[in-house]
Every structure is written in C-alpha cells, then in structure tokens.
Design a protein around this ligand. Structure first.
Ligand code: PLP
Length: 426
C-alpha cells in the first residue's frame, strides 16, 4: 500500500518532477536511509551523486547549526567568514591555477555562469558541447544538454550558436570503431565543425563532462581531453569542464580532470560540494576572472552562509577521513568484481568507471536491455539497495555510493545486485 505522503504528493506536485523511488524517508545517516515503516535501505545513489560524505554527516550538521545561530542570509549585502574560508580551502584542491570563485545554488546555475563568463571574456558567441552530456535544465544549460530528448522535447528554440559533437563513448562509438580500430574519429568530427559550420575564432568555449554522468557513466580517453586542451589553446577558446557530478571526490580525485592531467580554464562544481545544501560554483583562474567586472554576474542566494559552512565541513571530512583514498580503494575492488561478473553474465555488456563513479551497461543481443535493468533495479530495491539508472536508453546502472562506504557494505550491495542479475538472466 502506498504511503499517505505519496498520495498527497501526487495531488500537489507536478508530474514533471520525477521522484525515483516510493521510499518515504524518516531519517538518513551515512549510506543508510530508513523509511517511515522502519525499513532500512543502502543508498547507492547518494541522493543523485550528492551526499558524497554520507547523509547527515554529524560534522556537517554541527557546522550548519553553528552558522544558523550567527547568520542565515546575506543576499550579497554583507561579507562573512564562510564565504571566504570556503574558496580559500577549495583553491588548495582545485586543479592548478583555478583559484577564483563565483558561488551560486545549483549545477545548472553554475553552468549558466560559466557560459556567461566565456562569452564575456572572449567576446565570442559560439559554444561547443558534446552529444550525450547533461548540463542542467535552465535554458542555456538545456541548450547544451543532449543526454536524452526527454530534456529537450517541446522546448525549442534553444540558445543560438550552440554546436554539438559526439562524446567519446567508446562502448557505443558513434563511428562504429573498436579500441583496435579507433583513430579518434570523434575528435576529427569536432574539427570538421570548424570547417563547415563555425570558425574556431568565433567559439567562446568548449564545454564537456570530464566523465559522462547522466549520459551513461562513461570515462573518455585521456587523449581526447588532451586534444581538446591543445585545440582550445590554439584558438583562444575557453575549455570548461562540468564537474557537477564527477567532482568533489567522486572519481577518487578531488576533480575528475586530475585523473587525466588536463587543466580546464573554467570548471563548474555543485552536488557533492555541500553535502545536500544548495551550493554550486564557477571556478576559473585570476587572468580570466579579473576580466569579469563587478555586476556582470550576480545572485541573491548564491554562496549562502549556511551552505558555505556545510561545504567547509564537507571539505574537512573528505580530507580528514581520507575519502579520496577510500573511493579509489573500494571503487577498484568493485570494478574488479563487476568485470569478472561481466564474463559470467551475458546481460552485462560493459563495465566502466573511475573511483566510485561506476557504470554497468546492460544489453540483450547487443541491444540496450532497458526492461532487464528495470527488473534488476526493482529487485534490488525490494532487497534494500537503492540504485539509479542513466544512459539515453536507461540501460546503465550508475553505482555512486557515498565515498564513506566500507568494503563490506559495497560487497553486500554487489551481492544483492549479482543475485538480481542472476534472476533476470535465468
Ligand atoms: C554534469 C551535470 N551538470 C549539471 C547538472 C545540473 O545540476 P542541477 O540539477 O543541480 O541543476 C547535473 C545534474 O545532474 C550534472 O550531472
């Protein structure tokens, strides 16, 4: 029987808002969520890749309480300690040189800010994005977003001068290549845009997710990102990495770009930054940021004192609990097990990932096995494991548990998942 809360929610919340499960939460702590009936779930979604240090971490709760006692809101009228301490701390862990910040509230808002910065700084209009990426649902961000037609349908016209090129999604290569035949046609395709559609001197920025999130949890070849860096340097284009999902430790480094040795000009951060309090950031270097003058961008709520305090505590917890190490360690063992499962179960077409950002793609006869994935996820949920899917065909499970997860908890989750796969395959 559905809870009364769900019945009431259906009456007052637009159906456009999709809530992924029917769980009505009483409380949450760490990787666990307890529903109003007392059933406990392991949350391998991290509340959409956000509670990287676990739900309701006591240090975050304490920081929030202390901040609430002194100041809740500033509206850009006042200075306060958390607004300055946070970027000072973040600047020590961001890729080299990225040390100036603009704080806003959501991932999409940070993407909007990054696009505005790129256009303002370069004086150019063109924006290049990649087919498969998700950047958010506001008009600028949505104009880039192509992870699914669901997010674009009935919203034309979009922001003009946006061009798309295929994401390097090697398992489903847009050009039909395999690892041994790959000549990086995806990069060539991008260069061809510049011959046919828009001159590179008219491009303000190239924006990409350094690890694809919503589009399928895909790790691109480092060489592709390196080529983007060279291309941008050659033409004075800003390279923007959207780290909204992959950042804040998810990949076992503070930021995904640090796995590839490529430093972007601009980076967006959100989700994991404040453990669920609304906060996001546009980050860039001094040379670029100093040419974005006072008033060229702004916010009422961005950099809220309480959100900044929660973010400071989040950064401290990641450091003190050595969560990057844990993400790498637990992620590596999980990947090994999943790769060995791929040899045993035909429905697993691909396993890929980095740190605790792992995608498992399900196929049947080489085609996306969306129905099978649904069954697998339903079974897991009944057994107390919350998973979410991704990919244009919704046939990829994204494993994105909190970085605080213990090896035994990951093993338990994967036991449930394996049982579900076995039952679905038979
Ligand atoms: C890479 C990326 N960029 C932007 C966004 C948009 O973030 P928000 O939902 O906070 O606006 C998301 C959200 O999933 C994301 O994964």
């Amino acid at each position: 029987m559905k809870s009364d809360v769900i019945r009431r929610a259906k009456a007052v919340l637009t159906p456009a808002l999709r809530i992924h499960t029917d769980i009505v939460v009483r409380k949450a702590r760490g990787i666990y969520v307890e529903d109003v009936r007392g059933k406990v779930f392991m949350d391998f979604s991290s509340g959409l890749a956000t509670t990287n240090i676990g739900h309701n971490h006591p240090r975050v709760l304490q920081a929030i309480r202390e901040q609430i006692d002194s100041l809740v809101h500033s509206g850009c009228i006042f200075y306060y300690e958390s607004l300055v301490k946070l970027p000072e701390m973040l600047a020590k862990v961001t890729p080299k040189g990225l040390d100036m910040f603009f704080f806003s509230n959501s991932g999409a808002e940070a993407v909007e800010g990054a696009l505005k910065l790129a256009r303002f700084y370069t004086g150019r209009q063109g924006i290049v994005a990649f087919t498969g990426c998700f950047h958010g649902r506001t008009f600028g961000a949505m104009s880039l977003t192509t992870s699914s037609i669901r997010y674009r349908r009935n919203y034309q016209p979009f922001v003009p001068s946006v061009y798309h090129s295929p994401y390097p999604y090697c398992y489903r290569c847009f050009f039909g290549q395999r690892a041994d035949t790959c000549k990086m046609d995806c990069y060539e395709h991008l260069e061809r845009l510049f011959k046919h559609l828009i001159h590179p001197e008219e491009i303000a920025c190239i924006i990409i997710e350094p690890v694809l999130g919503e589009g399928g949890y895909v790790v691109p070849p480092a060489a592709f990102l390196k080529r983007l860096r060279t291309l941008c340097d050659k033409w004075g284009i800003l390279l923007i990495f959207d780290e909204v999902q992959a950042g804040m430790g998810r990949t076992g480094q503070w930021f995904a770009s640090q796995n590839f040795g490529v430093v972007p000009d601009v980076m967006t951060i959100a989700k994991g930054i404040a453990s669920g309090m609304p906060l996001s950031a546009v980050v860039s270097n001094r040379r670029i940021m100093s040419r974005w003058p006072s008033g060229a961008h702004g916010t009422t709520f961005g950099g809220n004192p309480v959100s900044c305090a929660a973010a400071i505590a989040t950064v401290e917890v990641i450091q003190q609990e050595k969560l990057l190490d844990n993400a790498r360690k637990v992620g590596k063992v999980a990947l090994q097990r999943l790769r060995s499962m791929k040899e045993r179960y035909q429905v697993i077409g691909d396993v890929r990932g980095i740190g605790l950002m792992i995608g498992i793609e399900f196929v049947k006869g080489g085609r996306p096995f969306t129905q099978g994935l649904k069954k697998i996820m339903d079974y897991c949920l009944r057994k107390g494991l919350v998973l979410i899917e991704c990919g244009v065909d919704k046939n990829v499970i994204r494993l994105a548990p909190p970085l605080v997860i213990k090896q035994a908890e990951m093993d338990k989750g994967l036991d449930i998942l394996e049982e579900a796969i076995r039952k679905t395959e038979n």
